[in-house]
Ligand binder design. Structure first.
Ligand SMILES: *Cc1c(COP(=O)(O)O)cnc(C)c1O
Length: 812
């Protein structure tokens, strides 16, 4: 669709009403006729027309919640990885065919418009995609839910691969405007930073910020399944109070005149500014406070407007903190209740705790947010006072509890006193919430045993589990229409309302005719992906090979390196024994590395180096192909997931909190090769141990090895395949242009191997050969694939949201 479309528009008299409405929008809202319209103009005209339909339902949803005095759910998240909205919205409105027909009357293909819609780049990985699935499920379950986040102008970076290296380019998802959104100029809030506080805890307290910006709301409608309900995703954008300082401008200082506006806009430019510098760190904390304060002010304002009394807030509002990024909200609500609504500290604290819930997403120490105390105090002096006051109360409670000694007190404290003093955001979120949840059963157990062990002893009923889920609308119906149609033929379409109805497919696993049709769907998805990758990357892939896919952020704990080393070992084996009956494989990788994460970027380069060498080796032919697909995002996932035979979920046990990629693949009929980590454990329980390939150390074994003298050198030297593969990489076989490129990376495996790549290698390689053997038994493979789909219904985010609603939010 890059060239302007030549539209053979039908005469007005032959157009149906919807085609007429789209055409009318094109002319009157976009200001183009069919000759001048570019594809993006048609896209905008289509979205604006569909939006009209949504607006009425949106207002109905809002009015109904208001009239019923219903409790509302507020989901605060620094990320919403919503991806494209057109296909999702039409599908949920059951209007896909109607709109496709109307567009074809106008000579436009809906599918082509869907492909040029930009991905909303408002997230980085699983945490952001979870927030998006939750928004969809809340609307589908008819819960009044609001998402609150930041409207990043550039979001995450766009990844380009240059000579095998990751390049980071600005994401420009707003280049053609965003027809989905409504700017609410009237919903604007004052957000202060810095300055000083006068008064004291006994009297009235005044914070006099040194600096302030205005937060302006931008709303996007979130349409639930069957259009049942339309909720709001409210994203904040920053604006200077004085867009221009005229005196400076008139004095010729043009840049100075615009400096405030630039400083405000910087706040909502990018997600996760590189925080390896002090300035980057400060910007990140400013972002977190900016969106937390705007959201909490908005929630309190709405509550007081509807219900009059701020003290009933917990009866009418549940606020969920998606990880600790919005944890400063706890102090912000306290500030509003005490300084603006004049409640006493204890009453404010009761209300705050009854209102918040906190979801933990990681136990990795380096990922637990904490802020240098001097920075926190300088930027948020009033919040610092409140954190001290909360901490004093918390530690008083702790000291009054049996069995909590000084070591435990130090671990519970909101202030980390070891070395440079820091404010611990996870402890603040924990203390300020009535519910703290993990995102898979194993992760929740580990929370109790490790990071939160002492807080758990103090508040033994607070931690609970809510295993993540994914929406079956986007991740089955929309991304895999052929499979959805086959399922519908088999068991009807109730699975879209209640995904556990997929279990009715189970008997069809034994039906050879059904299995054949199931296999044909998978094959056609593989052909489509192969065609896409041929067009985008010039790759030639054999759709008869196993499509073995690892797509997710690049991180050492996710162990793309384990997969790559095994790929190199397999390559070696095929070359040494070309006459064996090898099972052809296509190894696909995709994912972004954080811009400051050197080893992750090196793993991307290694994937590309390995791919180049193997793909060019005539001795290998179609037996093994490797590709790194650039710029992983939701839309790419929607193409790759339906085409996968094998899903790689191979994190070091104990390190992946849940994973949701694992769920998408299994729901689309891929078999999982994985460790007993995160939600893999529960996936095994649901699909059955015979229909998943589990390998490697358990979380307990990893922990025991780490404390009990793990000797990776001995492990490597004890495995011929592993040591050969490591030596090949280390000695430059895949990087002849720079033979030492991977020496340090490989040396790290000998020296410490924190992620136990060597420790799990032999088990992983054996599991891969088990996969080969299963693949050759086409009936058994097909049976397992069908049983995966049939048993994944429990992993619907509808189930997850229903659990949050019942156990945490009290709204169902
Ligand atoms: C589902 C999804 C993720 C999460 O994947 P994991 O394998 O669970 O890490 C990340 N990014 C995108 C674009 C996704 O769709």
């Amino acid at each position: 669709m890059n060239a302007p479309t030549v539209v053979a528009a039908s005469p007005t008299s032959e157009r149906g009403p919807l085609a007429g409405a789209i055409f009318d929008t094109l002319v009157h809202r976009i200001g183009k006729d069919e000759h001048a319209a570019r594809p993006h103009d048609w896209l905008a005209a289509t979205i604006l027309t569909v939006r009209n339909e949504i607006i009425e339902r949106w207002m109905v949803s809002t009015r109904a919640a208001h009239a019923a005095g219903a409790k509302r759910v507020y989901y605060l998240s620094l990320e919403f990885l919503i991806g494209r909205l057109l296909r999702d919205t039409l599908s949920n409105l059951l209007k896909t065919d109607e709109v496709a027909d109307a567009l074809s009357e106008l000579g436009v293909m809906l599918a082509e418009l869907e492909e040029i819609e930009p991905d909303a780049a408002l997230g980085n990985g699983g945490l952001g995609r979870l927030a998006a699935c939750f928004m969809e499920s809340m609307a589908s379950l008819d819960l009044p839910g609001y998402g609150y986040g930041i409207r990043y102008v550039n979001g995450m970076f766009r990844q380009r691969i240059d000579n095998g290296w990751q390049m980071e380019l600005p994401e420009t998802w707003l280049a053609n405007g965003n027809p989905w959104e409504f700017e609410r100029r009237e919903s604007a809030y004052f957000i202060g930073f810095g300055g000083e506080v006068t008064g004291n805890e006994q009297g009235a307290v005044h914070w006099h910020p040194a600096e302030a910006v205005e937060a302006v709301a931008v709303d996007t409608p979130m349409v639930g399944w069957r259009g049942r309900r339309v909720n709001t995703l409210r994203l904040w954008t920053a604006r200077a109070f004085d867009p221009i300082k005229l005196d400076a401008f008139n004095a010729g200082d043009f840049q100075g005149a615009l400096a405030d506006q630039l400083r405000a806009e910087t706040l909502t430019r990018v997600l996760y500014p590189n925080d390896s510098t002090a300035a980057g760190q400060e910007l990140r904390l400013r972002q977190e406070y900016f969106f937390s304060s705007a959201s909490i002010q908005d929630i309190v304002r709405r509550h007081v407007q509807y219900f009059g009394d701020v003290r009933t807030l917990p009866d009418k509002a549940a606020i969920q903190l998606n990880d600790t990024h919005p944890a400063v909200s706890v102090a912000e609500l306290m500030r509003l209740l005490i300084d603006h609504h004049e409640l006493g500290f204890d009453e404010a604290w009761e209300i705050t705790r009854a209102t918040f819930g906190y979801t933990n997403h990681t136990l990795l120490p380096e990922a637990l947010e904490s802020w240098p105390l001097p920075l926190f105090e300088r930027m948020l002096p009033r919040h610092m006072q409140l954190v001290y006051a909360i901490n004093a109360k918390l530690l008083r409670e702790a000291r009054a509890t049996n069995g909590i000694d000084d070591r435990a007190i130090a671990a519970i404290s909101l202030i980390d006193e070891g070395g440079e003093r820091r404010v611990r955001m996870a402890n603040l979120a924990f203390a300020g919430s009535h519910s703290v949840n993990g995102v898979a059963a194993l992760h929740t157990d580990l929370m109790k045993q490790t990071v939160f062990a002492d807080l758990h002893r103090l508040y033994p009923t607070r931690i609970n589990n809510k295993t993540n889920g994914i929406t079956p609308r986007r991740w089955l119906q929309e991304c895999n229409p052929a499979l959805a149609a086959l399922i519908r033929e088999g068991v009807g379409d109730r699975f879209l309302d209640d995904a556990t109805a997929l279990s009715e497919l189970a008997p069809l696993a034994d039906d050879a005719g059904f299995r054949d049709r199931f296999a044909a769907v998978k094959r056609s998805n593989k052909v489509a992906l192969a065609e896409h990758l041929r067009a985008e990357m010039g790759l030639r892939l054999d759709p008869n090979a196993i499509f073995d896919v690892q797509i997710k952020r690049i991180h050492e704990y996710k162990r793309q390196l384990l997969n790559l080393i095994e790929t190199v070992a397999l390559y070696d084996q095929i070359r040494s024994h070309p006459d064996r009956d090898w099972t052809p494989r296509v190894k696909l990788f995709a994912g972004k590395a954080a811009s400051s994460y050197y080893n992750a970027k090196l793993v991307i380069k290694l994937a590309n180096d390995v791919a180049r060498r193997i793909n060019a080796d005539p001795a290998i032919g179609d037996l093994l192909k490797v590709a790194f697909v650039p710029n992983y995002n939701v839309s790419l996932a929607e193409k790759m997931v339906p085409a996968a035979d094998l899903s790689e979920q191979i994190s070091t046990a104990g390190m992946e909190a849940s994973g949701t990629g694992n769920m998408k693949f299994a729901l689309n009929g891929a078999l999982t090769i994985g460790t007993l980590d995160g939600a893999n454990v529960e996936i095994r329980d649901h699909v059955g141990a015979d229909n998943i390939v589990i390998f490697g150390m358990t979380a307990d074994e990893v922990a025991a090895k780490r404390s009990g003298g793990y000797d990776p050198r001995a492990v490597i030297e004890g495995s011929r395949e592993l040591s050969q593969a490591i030596n090949a990489i280390s000695s430059g076989v895949f990087s002849p242009d720079d033979p030492y490129r991977y020496r340090d990376l490989m040396q790290g495996l000998y020296d410490h191997d924190w992620f136990m790549v060597a420790g799990d290698f032999d088990a992983y390689a054996a599991a891969q050969r088990d996969v080969d053997a299963r693949w050759r038994d086409r009936d058994a493979w097909g049976r397992s694939a069908v049983l995966n789909v049939a048993n994944m219904g429990w992993f619907s985010s509808d189930r997850t949201i229903a659990e949050y609603a019942r156990d945490i939010w009290g709204v169902m």
